[in-house]
Every structure is written in C-alpha cells, then in structure tokens.
Design a protein around this ligand. Structure first.
Ligand code: 5GP
Ligand code: MN
Length: 331
C-alpha cells in the first residue's frame, strides 16, 4: 500500500473504473473514491462501461460519470492521459468489455480494489479481500488508512449504498460485525439510512412490480429434486413489461428464498446473449458452477455468466449442468 500512498502524495490524473452493468457497489465504491480523491486536488474521472439504473443516480458526483458506451472518445482520451487507473469491484479486464482493452494497453499504474474470488493479474497494486462484503468496505478501509477525517456525508452515502446492496441489506453471510461497525460509523457521519433505503428500494415502477409478479407466478420452476429454482425471461417477456435496466435486480433472491432451495438461477434473454445470475445458500459454489459452465464467476454464493447461444440451447445446457451437480445440490 505504501507505493499507492506515495503515488497519491502528488497530484495525479486518476481514472476510476468499474464493471459492466454497474450495481450499487460498483457505483457506490467508485463515487466514494472519486469524492475522496478530489479533496486532495487530484484530477479524477469515473468511467463506467455502460449505463446503470435510475435508483443509483442520486449519489454525489453522478453527473460527472463518463459512460463509455455513450462517450467513447472522451473516455479514450481520459484513459490515455491518466497516470493511475483504479479498477473497482471486478477481477478481470474482460468484465469491462471494450474499455478493458483500452485499459490493458494503457501504461498507467493499475490499482485493483476488489472482493471477487481469484483476480487475474493485470494490475500493479492490489487491495483485495474476498472475505470483504463489498468493495465499498475496502474503500472505507483505504480511507481509514489515509485520512478518515475526510470521510464526509456524501462519501458515507456512497459507501453505505455499496455495502447495503452487496450484503442484500445486511443479510448475506459476508455481513460481519465489522460491517455493522463500519455502517454505524457511516451513520454517525451523516447517512440517513432510512432515506437511502428509500432511494434504492422504494423507487419501483408499476411495470417492474408486474414483471416480478409475472416471473413468480408464471415462470418460477423447481428442479434438481426441488433443491434448485430458476426463472427464464424471454425478450418478449421483457418487452411486455417495458423492461428498464435494473428491473430484474434482486429477482433471483425470491427464487432462493423458497424453503429447501439451495441454489437459484435467473436466465434472461438479451439482444446479444443469454445472461445467467446464480445465487446459493451454504456449500454449493455458484462461482465454480458459473466458471465451469457459463464463462462466468463471482463469489461462492453469488455469481453470473453468459452463453452466446439461442435461448433453447442455453436452457438445455443449464438443465444438463444442474443434473450433473444434483449430488452437490442435495446436501
Ligand atoms: P449478478 O447476478 O448480480 O449479475 O452478479 C452476481 C455476481 O457475479 C457479481 O459479483 C458479479 O460481479 C459476478 N458476475 C456476474 N456476471 C458475471 C460474468 O459474466 N462473469 C464473471 N466473471 N462474473 C460475473
Ligand atoms: Mn461488489
């Protein structure tokens, strides 16, 4: 870490980037670091691969975020003029699409801050801990090491968002007592937890709730001796409910909440590919499952992947993968 602190002791051109389809931890940790580093007069820019849902657009600094898919030339120039690139909440440049190729070619010092398993070594400096509940937890620790007095309400709200969303509202096993202590400190620094929860979770559109209702009543199925649950959403389903980014966020957790179910999957047909979201309880590693079968990865109990097949073919592959793992699912 000394190398990083030495670098940050003089003015730098900093780029902060995070994974595609950014979630609460991706945006929360990126904007927390952004708001912290601009206090030191660094020249800082956040670049995300593509857009993110409206429930994440209220954080301080949001208006300055550069969305690569909309502003490629600007992003390219910022990366080319940077001296440090922070890579937050992902473990492999392939997770950030085209932007990853750009960063791979850059001569800037690359700093990985992440909590996903098995990072690929593309970085120069890493602050990595797969036991951390969120990348936001690691950003908190970093700020604590540098200067906790600079952690103001705006930064605290960003960190709270990252931790809240990545712990499933303080429910996942990663929610240690330390997480609660950090969150208590964030509240002491001005976060109104009730307000932030409202901004994130009580901003549903009617269409989104209807899509959830439809998914649960018409699409939810049990397999693998009732130990696995899954939901398939087709392009037409999404169209019918005027799908917007973020509308299926958290849907897979309903499937996992069924008594006796150890593993749940959401399968979504997008324009480009078939996207899989996996969740599990206990020993079954969806990280391994996603890596072995769906070009993916993530964490032991939350992972994702994709296949560039037709939906029917992808579905067949999924069902075969489940049946091969039936023993592991029946613990
Ligand atoms: P989600 O299901 O919410 O999209 O993702 C759950 C977790 O799996 C996240 O930590 C995310 O970073 C990871 N993940 C999702 N999709 C992929 C993927 O295609 N490849 C890899 N390596 N990880 C993924
Ligand atoms: Mn995360």
């Amino acid at each position: 870490m000394k190398k990083l602190f030495d670098l940050l002791s003089v003015k730098q051109n900093v780029v902060i980037t995070t994974h595609a389809n950014p979630d609460g931890d991706a945006i929360g940790s990126s904007l927390a670091l952004y708001n912290f580093l601009i206090k030191y007069d660094h020249n800082v820019n956040v670049i995300v691969p593509n857009s993110y849902p409206d429930f994440l657009t209220w954080m301080k600094g949001n208006d300055d975020v550069v969305i690569y898919s909309n502003e490629k030339e600007k992003a390219r120039s910022l990366v080319n003029h940077s001296s440090i690139i922070f890579c937050l909440d992902f473990n492999n440049l392939s997770r950030i699409n085209e932007l990853g190729e750009l960063i791979n070619l850059s001569k800037s010092v690359k700093v990985l801050i992440d909590h996903h398993l098995d990072p690929v070594k593309f970085y120069d400096i890493a602050y990595h801990n797969s036991n951390a509940s969120a990348t936001a937890e690691l950003i908190y620790e970093l700020i604590e090491m540098i200067n906790i007095d600079f952690l103001d309400k705006d930064i605290a709200e960003c960190l709270y968002t990252g931790i809240l969303t990545d712990t499933g509202s303080f429910k996942f096993p990663s929610t240690s007592s330390k997480v609660h202590r950090i969150v208590a400190d964030l509240i002491d620094r001005g976060v109104n937890s009730s307000n932030v929860n409202g901004l994130i979770y009580d901003t549903n559109s009617l269409n989104r709730l209807k899509l959830i209702g439809f998914s649960l009543s018409k699409k939810l199925k049990l397999i693998g001796n009732n130990k696995a649950a899954f939901i398939v959403l087709t392009k037409d389903d999404l169209l019918k409910f005027k799908f917007e980014k973020g509308d299926t966020e958290g849907l897979v957790n309903y499937a996992l909440s069924i008594m006796g179910v150890n593993m749940a999957t959401l399968i979504v047909e997008t324009r480009e590919k078939i996207k899989f979201s996996f969740r599990s309880i206990g020993n079954f590693s969806v990280n391994d499952f996603a890596k072995q079968n769906f070009n993916g990865g993530g964490h032991k109990n939350a992972a994702g992947g994709s296949l560039e097949d037709k939906l029917s073919v992808a579905l067949k592959k999924f069902l075969i993968a489940i049946s091969k793992n039936e023993k592991l699912l029946n613990y």
